[in-house]
Design a protein around this ligand. Structure first.
Ligand SMILES: Cc1ncc(COP(=O)(O)O)c(C=O)c1O
Length: 363
């Protein structure tokens, strides 16, 4: 990959380029949340993104922000369809896959009822789903392999949606796709099966998109926030049956113009930047190996991950660990799971992971 434009110099460039319209780069008031030197390993972003092609597309297109992005959105819809080997009518774009999850919950919530999900699993959307009137049935997800039928079933009268995150956040584990497929075919006769593939590009498992395009009750969600390094651009999409896409799109205020022009251009460019993806996957693999070696050395239990983060147990060191990470300005995510205390660390750059493993060893 051409890393000639590194993150800092790109930000400097864009900061200069945008200075005239009152915007600037990471050290601006728009980024108060994170100190300038923070090592951000808490949100499973891609530290190397956006890709060089996406950076160029953002710079080339932000000046067109005075126009509505209808045309560009159709182009992205087509590009995503080609990428996923489905028809344009199978794709619904959203501001991140979060919007897609929200739309599915809204659709599922018409008659109240509950969502079945694994525990631990991704929960950010739970507040919105609850506001729509849905409750939750959380089924314990073992650390070792399990089948979808064991985990999510049975689907009962009040079940409106089954949320399946594969690979799962925060464990990084993957479930056998054939087992999910079998489960989804049966469960979708009674409820919506929502398959969150936010980390699918990192995992050695096929997408369930082919199943979703022929089944009105199966929705697959994917995102540009992870491997494509565009978390701040907010682009995600649903893959489903064309009728479901139309139904769900009606909950959006303006589906034909719901993404920013610059973000849309960045996403289209990202799909063509294969070198960036290959390079990021390799760096992610190396970063995970570094962490595994560190955890083994200091005897911390961890769950081998098929994504860009690792969950490891900190019961032995809980108090001081958080303190050391805070002192070093390293942001990670703490989580109660499996009756103990765990920490989820996202894979940053190799240098950032060196800082993280050094900090771990100091505890
Ligand atoms: C499993 C999972 N799904 C969805 C999302 C939301 O991502 P976005 O809205 O940026 O596409 C995340 C973000 O971390 C996630 O981990």
């Amino acid at each position: 990959m051409n890393h000639a434009i590194d993150r800092r110099s790109w930000l400097k460039q864009t900061g200069l380029a945008l200075a005239g319209v009152g915007l600037s780069s990471f050290n601006s008031p728009y980024r108060l949340k994170n100190p300038a030197d923070a090592i951000l390993l808490s949100s499973n972003e891609n530290a190397y993104g956006p890709s060089p092609a996406a950076r160029k597309a953002i710079l080339d297109n932000y000046l067109g922000s005075n126009r509505y992005p209808d045309d560009a959105i159709v182009l992205l819809q087509k590009a995503v369809a080609v990428h996923c080997k489905v028809a344009k009518e199978n794709i619904l774009l959203g501001a991140g896959s979060s919007e897609i999850i929200g739309l599915a919950c809204l659709h599922a919530a018409k008659k109240g009822g509950h969502v079945i999900c694994a525990d631990p699993s991704y929960r950010e959307w739970n507040g919105q789903a609850a506001a729509f009137g849905l409750s939750f049935r959380r089924n314990h997800l073992p650390k070792s392999e399990t089948t979808a039928g064991q985990l999510y079933g049975p689907v009962i009268a009040d079940t409106r949606m089954i949320y399946i995150c594969n690979p799962n956040n925060p464990t990084g584990t993957v479930m056998d796709v054939k087992a999910i497929e079998q489960f989804a075919i049966n469960a979708s006769k009674k409820a919506i099966v929502f398959i969150d593939e936010a980390y699918t590009e990192y995992a050695p498992v096929p997408s369930l998109a082919p199943l979703a395009i022929t089944n009105r009750n199966i929705i697959v969600a994917r995102t540009f926030s992870k491997i494509y390094g565009l978390a701040g651009a907010r682009i995600g999409y649903a893959i489903s049956h064309p009728e479901t896409i139309i139904t769900v799109s009606k909950y959006q205020p303006w589906p034909a113009a719901n993404l920013s022009a610059a973000s849309t251009a960045a996403a289209i460019a990202s799909l063509g930047d294969h070198d960036f993806v290959t390079d990021c996957l390799e760096k992610n693999r190396q970063a995970k190996e570094m962490c595994y070696a560190c955890f083994r050395e200091i005897n911390l239990e961890y769950i081998p991950s098929s994504a860009n983060f690792i969950l490891f147990n900190i019961d032995m060191i809980a108090g001081r660990f958080a303190e050391v990470m805070t002192q070093k300005n390293i942001q990670v995510k703490y989580r109660d799971a499996y009756g103990g205390k765990w920490c989820r660390v996202s894979m940053g750059t190799i240098e950032e992971m060196q800082a993280f493993t050094t900090a771990c060893k100091q505890v």
